[in-house]
Design a protein around this ligand. Structure first.
Ligand code: AMP
Ligand code: GLY
Length: 422
């Protein structure tokens, strides 16, 4: 079959890498892709948030299956448009992607489904939000409603920080007419991500992971999109996973179907686990990046079968074969990230590195310039390895990092520390 993947990050490189291992994949196109993806698949220039453009491209290229990587095309209704023209698609319609795009919507669904999550209140007016914070005290969490590319969440340790966050959100670039925010109870515990395929009614767990959001060693410094990840997450024991499925995922999936907006695609369930009890932090309507890289490394070819079964509504018959293995990825980022950084510096040492079923350098933000791979983003490489235990996976990943010659890049030295200490 002919497959089109939308996106250009490490997540899409990993999806492409896994799809290519499956004999069902005859032709693979990735739009817009990056330099690493170009080594394994066809690259196309395409306005991936424009449903008409994607649907025409799919028709012209006899595409049988479209996998949507990032959230922006989902929010823009690209999946709706493809489904309308009969193309098989992996990713929810815009109305179901609201589980990621609107915090208020998600909270209402959780309330209707009686799914455990932080207590919350929504405000579209600053004074009422300030008064609320005075009443509740700190720590407290202030979130912009709507897609904010991970920048709309402030975990305020003090009342002053909470007041500042309210003014920032309602007065800043995300503010203005119609802006609103959600203020949440601060949840204690350990965070983990649970990835569950949903085909409208049936669900199939696809793996667990933990990522490292802070830029610096020891989980210090500003938040990023993720500086590394590993799978499985030790905190996601069978009991915790079962509790998350029965108390959060199934009731929410049923509630979405009941409302006439069934969810189809991967549901990224961000959890906070305290004393064995999971509560929902957030949903995303897509795979995490870099969590996808470790999931794909563990699943290989069967990832495509599972995504196809999901898109075709056959999850009830799908089984995933789990090896007792571990994967870990280290993100190499451009000096300065998540603040301003330079683009264009050359990256050497990549030849012959990875490319096996247990070692792979996924490209997150790279381009080709005069025959060389150069940095073209903040997060640039996602260096990923698999092992029989987490330590082996980590050692292999860091061995590869050491062989990469990129003077303008940096990476955390402690990915996996929490799990290795378990
Ligand atoms: P979100 O974009 O909602 O996932 O929030 C980003 C990060 O903020 C999460 O990964 C958590 O680390 C943290 N966070 C969000 N909401 C809460 C909460 N209610 N309690 C504690 N931490 C939170
Ligand atoms: N790594 C976190 C995310 O993809 O949202």
């Amino acid at each position: 079959m002919n497959i089109l993947i939308l996106g250009s990050g490490g997540r899409e490189h990993a999806l492409a890498w896994a799809a290519l291992q499956n004999p069902k994949c005859d032709r693979l196109i990735v739009a817009p892709g990056n330099a690493g993806i170009a080594e394994i698949a066809e690259i196309a220039t395409l306005a991936i948030e424009d449903g008409e453009a994607v649907a025409s491209f799919a028709a012209e290229n006899a595409v049988d299956f479209v996998i949507i990587g990032p959230e922006a095309p989902l929010a823009a209704g690209v999946a709706d448009r493809l489904r309308a023209s009969g193309v098989l698609v992996f990713g929810p319609n815009a109305a179901a992607a609201m589980l990621e795009t609107s915090k208020t919507f998600t909270k209402e669904i959780c309330d209707a489904a009686d799914a455990p999550t932080a207590r919350w209140a929504r405000f579209d007016e600053a004074q009422a939000a300030h008064d609320h914070v005075v009443r509740t005290g700190a720590p407290i969490v202030v979130k912009a409603d709507g897609l904010a590319a991970g920048k709309g969440v402030v975990v305020a340790e003090t009342i002053e920080a909470a007041h500042a966050a309210i003014d920032d959100i309602l007065g800043g670039p995300l503010g203005g007419e119609g802006a609103s925010l959600v203020i949440e109870e601060f949840m204690r515990g350990e965070e983990a991500s649970f990835f569950v395929l949903v085909d409208g009614t049936e669900i199939l767990p696809m793996g667990t992971a933990q990522d490292h959001k802070r830029v610096g060693d020891g989980d210090t410094g500003p938040n990023t999109g993720g500086m590394g990840a590993y799978s499985p997450a030790p905190v996601m024991t069978e009991e915790v996973s079962e509790a998350a499925l029965s108390r959060i995922v199934r009731p929410v999936v049923e509630e979405m179907a009941r409302r006439g907006t069934p969810y189809s695609g991967i549901l990224y369930v961000g959890l906070m686990i305290e004393d064995g009890a999971p509560r929902l932090v957030e949903f995303n309507a897509r795979f995490g990046d870099p969590e996808c890289q470790v999931l794909m490394m563990r699943l290989g070819a069967q990832a495509l079968d599972a995504m196809l079964a999901c898109a075709e509504g056959r999850l009830g018959q799908m089984r995933i074969g789990w090896a007792d293995d571990h994967a870990l990825t280290v993100v190499m980022a451009a000096e300065g990230y998540p603040g301003p950084y330079a683009k264009g510096s050359p990256i050497g040492g990549l030849d012959g590195l990875g490319g096996t079923s247990s070692r792979m350098v996924f490209h997150a933000g790279t381009a080709m310039s005069e025959g060389h791979v150069v940095a073209a983003g903040g997060r640039v490489l996602s260096v990923t390895a698999r092992g029989t235990d987490l330590r082996e996976a980590r050692d292999r990943a860091y061995e590869m990092c050491a062989a990469i010659d990129w003077t303008d890049g940096f990476y955390r030295r402690d990915i996996g520390w929490r799990a290795l200490g378990h």
